[in-house]
Design a protein around this ligand. Structure first.
Ligand SMILES: [Zn+2]
Length: 476
């Protein structure tokens, strides 16, 4: 049964392709355009914006040289051979236990320089509530050949649909978004509520709202639809976090910041939920996390915390220590280079575990600032094998660990020089009063130590002292 339909007669007034700088001598930025008003293709070259060093006129505002139509905001820039919609019909159909969103579009694409072709695209999002699966089917027709593909969507780590679906064109620059915005939102609401009510009926209990704000990046539909698919697959999960409004690389980084470096575990989680296990239980089971109330609460609020929990429980067998370590991980503010940093952090903690025990490892993370954890990890990575072993044999106290490693690190890169200052000079420059002792160092490592303690550059005089061109007198 058809429950909602929107016809969009025109998505854009013109289509553009960035051709770069074909003529290097003039540094003019070239574009080709297709005017939807008169169906003509033309090219234009844009110069620099006067006064700006790097900015080029993108040519979003121009008049068609054939029909003189003024093209302003509703121009879309597309890549070669990527079909963009001209007309689109969206419809929502509701059946017994299935809800379908159908997208049918006529398309155009730049096939070559000054050559535009037309085609067709049809997409079907099939929300099967009884099976709790969502399929995305897409068929693209262009110039005699047809691509037909189908995949399941809903796994939060598989973002391909964002790249592939033609729904990505529902950006603020589209005519549909400016002229038929209310209708688009109404259709989306009908889709969301149809799926939601069928899901509640299927589950036999209430389910929280599936509404998420679409954000700016994926257009009006894609993120809300992706979220509905995720919630159909995992009804007891909360909606997708706000990071999903950002470009894919930011989404990926948000996983890495939460120590999710490999999301292969989702295949097993999906398999378990298909066998009627709830999402949280499946997540905990697959990642060897004890299924206890605190864990359930954490995962219930944010399932993406699964890897940080798993790492904490891999390091600490004691339940309270593991939860404290997890809380400590969350407080470590890491974002940039998250993946590499987390790998080093976990390796460091694993190596420190036999020396300092679970309590020590928890302490290191909880007191990360005081113990200079970040710096310690860097130092540790650079220590040679002997020095790494020496941490164990010398039983370095946890509170001294950073300074000890810093000193060993200096020593490790230092080539020691024995000085041979003439005796009469040594005698003349050395002196001992009650509490003060003046003396000449016998080797460069003494200068190194003095430099480290005084935070100055005295260590760099080793070579000069070796050559007896300068002497350094230390005072204790
Ligand atoms: Zn025109």
């Amino acid at each position: 049964m058809l429950v909602a339909e929107v016809n969009i007669p025109r998505m854009f007034t013109a289509y553009a392709e960035d051709l770069g700088y074909p003529d290097r001598s003039t540094s003019l930025h070239h574009y080709q355009y297709y005017c939807k008003e008169c169906n003509q293709v033309f090219a234009a070259a844009w110069g620099r914006i006067p006064g700006a060093l790097w900015h080029y006129e993108r040519g979003n505002y121009f008049n068609c040289p054939y029909c003189a139509t003024r093209h302003e905001k509703n121009v879309v820039c597309i890549k070669r051979n990527v079909p963009a919609p001209v007309r689109i019909r969206l419809s929502v159909k509701v059946y017994q236990s299935v809800v379908i969103l159908e997208v049918a579009a006529s398309t155009v694409f730049f096939e070559d320089n000054m050559r535009v072709c037309s085609g067709k695209c049809k997409e079907i999002f099939r929300f099967d509530i009884a099976r709790q699966t969502v399929k995305f089917h897409r068929s693209v027709e262009k110039q005699g050949f047809k691509i037909d593909e189908e995949k399941e969507i809903g796994n939060p780590f598989k973002l391909d649909v964002f790249e592939e679906s033609i729904l990505g064109f529902f950006q603020s620059s589209s005519l549909a978004n400016s002229a038929q915005r209310t209708k688009l939102n109404e259709l989306l609401k009908i889709l969301r509520e149809s799926v939601h009510s069928k899901l509640e009926k299927h589950l036999g209990h209430k389910a929280p709202s599936m509404y998420v704000s679409p954000g700016q990046f994926y257009g009006t539909f894609l993120l809300p639809i992706f979220n509905i698919a995720y919630r159909v697959m995992f009804p007891d999960a909360p909606n997708l976090p706000v990071e999903y409004r950002e470009p894919p690389n930011i989404i990926t980084r948000s996983w890495e910041a939460k120590m999710i470096s490999d999301h292969g575990f989702m295949a097993d989680v999906i398999a378990l939920t298909r066998r009627k296990k709830d999402f949280i239980t499946a997540l905990a089971e697959v990642n060897s996390i004890p299924d206890k109330p605190v864990v359930r609460r954490i995962l219930g609020e944010d399932p993406f915390e699964v890897s940080r929990l798993a790492e904490a429980f891999a390091l600490c067998q004691n339940y309270d220590n593991a939860i404290r370590l997890f809380t400590g991980f969350k407080k470590l503010e890491i974002d940039r280079y998250a993946k590499a940093w987390n790998t080093d952090l976990l390796q460091f903690l694993r190596d420190m575990l036999p020396l300092y025990g679970e309590a020590g490892v928890v302490h290191l993370v909880e007191k990360a600032k005081d113990l200079e954890l970040l710096d310690s990890i860097n130092l540790y990575k650079q220590l040679n094998k002997e020095n790494k072993q020496a941490i164990q044999t010398e039983r370095v106290k946890l509170s001294d660990l950073h300074d000890w490693m810093a000193w060993r690190h200096r020593l490790q890169n230092h080539v020691n020089l024995k000085f041979n200052v003439p005796d009469h000079i040594v005698k003349r420059l050395s002196m001992q009063t009650d509490r003060l002792k003046f003396f000449l160092p016998a080797e460069s490592v003494e200068l190194l130590k003095a430099g480290a303690e005084l935070h100055n550059c005295v260590a760099s005089y080793g070579q000069a002292m070796k050559g007896n061109s300068k002497w350094i007198v230390l005072m204790e």
